[in-house]
Write a protein that binds this ligand. Sequence first.
Ligand SMILES: [Fe+2]
Ligand SMILES: [Fe+2]
Length: 354
Amino acid sequence: MLSTSATTAETLERFYQDLRGYSASPLWLVQEEALVAEPKSKALPHLWRWRELQPQALRAGDLIGTADAERRVLMLLNPGLNRMATTNSMFAGLQIVMPGEAARAHRHTPAALRFIIDSQGGSTTVNGDRIPMFPGDLVLTPNWTWHDHANDTADPIIWLDGLDIPLVHLLEAVYYEPYPEDVQPVTQPTDSSLARYGAGSLRPVWETSGAAHSPLLHYPWTQTWAALQRLAPEVDGSPFDGVIMEYANPNTGGPVMPTIACHIQMLRPGESTKAHRHTAGAIYHVVQGRGRSIVNGHPLEWEDKDVFCVPGWNYHEHANASTTDPAVLFSFTEAPVLRALSLLREQPHPQGHQ
Ligand SMILES: [Fe+2]
Ligand SMILES: [Fe+2]
């Protein structure tokens, strides 16, 4: 049976004040904030336009030297979050490396990915493995791996940075260390991880790796594009994402890093998807094409090289605006974290569309 009390307001206020003195507080006053019926992300759906940001990235290249910036990155900050985050737990930025420059070697526990946007070459070295960077390539610099970047071409290189830094900050597990030299030595043949692990389902037998992340650090666009083109005419695909494929850890078939899953998806000419939502948020980069995503009722009209975000538990659906050309989206999410903690939920929109 529920009980009632005739305590006066003054008595209660005195009680609450006393509690504060003991660093204690009544849960019953805030329970509805703590145990919500379902998540309501403070992050907002948002689109960052390449045609607006690319000139700003080039401007940063002119105004800021590598001596002034360990990394020259334009952070893509969510307008609903007053912190260094693009979705609740993930961060995205645009990094620019000018011709002849190198970004110093360092390592940190936040894991990072690079999705190359503009490049005629250039490279990232990860634990002694020098990885070439061409448009559409995905390059991983997992948790605590040494990495530096170099542009030995005549043109600026710009890529999308994706990091789990908001999540690792929340967990108070950020460590950072500069390498003793500006540049780490290259200790392996160029693109060594690709030679060893880039042959799809063929793996070297003698190699053992205890790492939680993918031993393949480079997913070249040539392979990604070939896989999409091969699959797209054969399948219906996902009702929510079209022809979507996950970049896999070749050792496990699972996500590329313990905290981040990466996907590539093709919306075929004229294709539009149904709406769903999931607890994981997502950050998208438009590899090519133009179209529209409706996120929590907000239309985001995207084109080539734009970036946009879908906060967690926001309904979203995508449409290719072209009837002749495919649209291709790269995306990354914290889904592996939620899955590991039994917190990954997904729900289709009851009407199919918003
Ligand atoms: Fe870094
Ligand atoms: Fe989704």
